[in-house]
Structure formats: C-alpha cells, structure tokens
Ligand binder design. Sequence first.
Ligand SMILES: [Zn+2]
Length: 373
Amino acid sequence: MDKLKILLLILPFFLGCIGVERIEKPRLRRISAEPYVRVLLGDKGGIISSEKKIYIHKGAKVYRLSSGSIELREGNIYRDKQVIFNTEPSLKVCFEDKKFRFNGLSYRGEVIFNKSMVINRVPLELYLYSVVGCEFNCGEIETMKAGACAARTYAIYHLKPDKEFDLFSTHMDQVYKGLNSETKNTRAACDYTRGLVCMYKGTVINAMYSSVCGGKTASAKDVFGDDKPYLKSRSCNYCEISPHYSWNQKYSRQNFQELVRDRIKSKKGKDPGRIKDVKIKKRDKSGRVKEIMVKAEKGEFSFYGEEIRSLFDLKSRYFDIKTRGDWVYIEGRGWGHGVGMCAWGAIGMAKKGKRYKDILRYYYKGINIKKLY
Ligand SMILES: [Zn+2]
C-alpha cells in the first residue's frame, strides 16, 4: 500500500513534466495535416508566366488576368510594361492550373510577392517530389524513400511562420528546381512515405544530410556548435562507392604559396607577405580539420571551421596536407559538411539490401519514425 501511495504522489509530478514539454514545443506538435512550405525562388524580382488564367489576390479582392506573363520589378507588378499593382505589404498570385514558370523553370503551387522576393507557396509533398529529385535521384528506391523522409523532416523543422519565407531553394537549405526535377520514382518515394518524419523524444528533428561523408559523419556540435543527440559522428563505409569518397589536389609549391597568400589577402584584408608554413593545428573527433595556421613573413593567420574549405576550394574538411619535393598534395575524403545522413552512404546501404527505415535509424541515432498526417 505504501508503494501505491508513493506512486500516486509522484505520478502528478511526471504528468506535469510532460505538460511543460508540450508548452515549450507547441509549433511542431500542432502539425496534423500536410503543411504548405514557402520557398524563396529569387529576391530580385523577375517574370512569372502561366499558360492559364492568373489570379491576383490583393487584400480581400481577387483580380483575374488572362494567360501570359507578369513582371515583378522594384516592388511593382507590371503587365505589358504598365504598373498594375504594388506588392505592399505582400501579394498572392494563383494560377488556374496551379503551375507557373519563373527563371526558365516550371513550378507547382502559387506565388507570393513580397518586396522584391518571389516566394513559391506549395503543399509540402509536392515540394518534396522535386527536392528528392534534386538531392536523392539515384535509382535506388529505398534511398529515395529515406531521402523523402529526411527532406520532409528537415522542411517541417525549418518552418518559420513568423518570417517571410521558410526555406531557400538552394544548398542553403534543400535544392528545389520545380517540376522538371520530378520523376516517377521521386513521386513514388514521397507517396509511399507520405507524412512520415523522424522524431527524437517526441520532437521533429533537424534532419541534416550531406553528399558524401568519406568514412565518418561529423557531429553537429563540431560543425555548427549545436549539440544534437541524434547528429553525432558515425562511421560509414557505405559511401565508398562514391567517386568523391577520396580525392586529391596537387599544386606546385610556388602555386600553393601564391594561392594561400591571395586568399589571406582577400579574407583578412592584409598582405601576409611570403608564406612560410601551412599547418593543421586541430582536428575534431571525426578527423575533420578544425583549425589551420599559416605562418607568413608578416605574421600568423588562423582559419577555423567551414572557412577552411574556401581557403583551398576543398570539397570537405576531411583532409591532410603533404609536401613531397616541389609538390604540395591535399589528400581528402568526402564532399559536404558531413553532418547527418550521408546521401551516398544511403545509396550504399540500399544496394546492400537495407530498407529506408534502417538507413534513417543508422544516421540519426535514437530516432523514431512517425506519421504526422
Ligand atoms: Zn558516408
């Protein structure tokens, strides 16, 4: 009986804790139907065209235009060189066939004009048809299903209801090039996994991924300073099949020194003089270079984290510098930041008969895969 009394006493405490967590993360818990995503296609205006009727929503009114094109320039909408609307504060444009063209590409959904920004508002699953085509189109259906779940999870994690748009259409977030990147297989992978997302302790995760890890993924803490229990470093030899698994760059000693001198000039705004030595000072736990120090005639210069990649135009920070005679070799592995799912590793796993859920659980440790809608 005493044990039961204790249980009854502490039970409300645990239930209270669950309640607190719900209050802290309301945004991601509310999603129970397919959300829309707002993707930035461009921020310098441009021409939108449609083969069907165009509907402009301004305030409570809807204006119908015949098929053709409209141009967004400096906050105004032009039709046949005449200003027909301004975009203050913002303006929604819909299309009879729910498709439009912008900058030579076709997209689904509708457009929001906000100042000079062209934003595509589109149901998440239709957005994913294209993202899976741009990021995971490899012919392995299990990889594409894993890719669809990761991309869906990433998009939901990055919804920003209080901002003008949610996602960039480039590598800043996920590459999205509209209808032409869709295939029968990308659509099948998304439809099969519709609504499925990766969760950690009941919360949608930041499902990062990169192209090739080169043998070991990087932890989010080491790359972005943001410690996530499901984004720790994992060994991965599944990506050995990638042409970017290992690579090397060769320079004459003189060219190498000139390159480093030029880069320091442009990055630090100071001519370092003759380069004496380039040294790898620190590596993270996965083996990626964390700090490089350059000894030069006019001082010492340090470079940290991802800026190291742009110092020598490297595919990754997973590398070594070797000097043999008059030559300098940068021998490296992988392509990308290396955090989260390794896309080429996911191909390797599928080729070995692994299913999409195995792939996701391998790269995102400790997650559950749940259906949100
Ligand atoms: Zn890998």
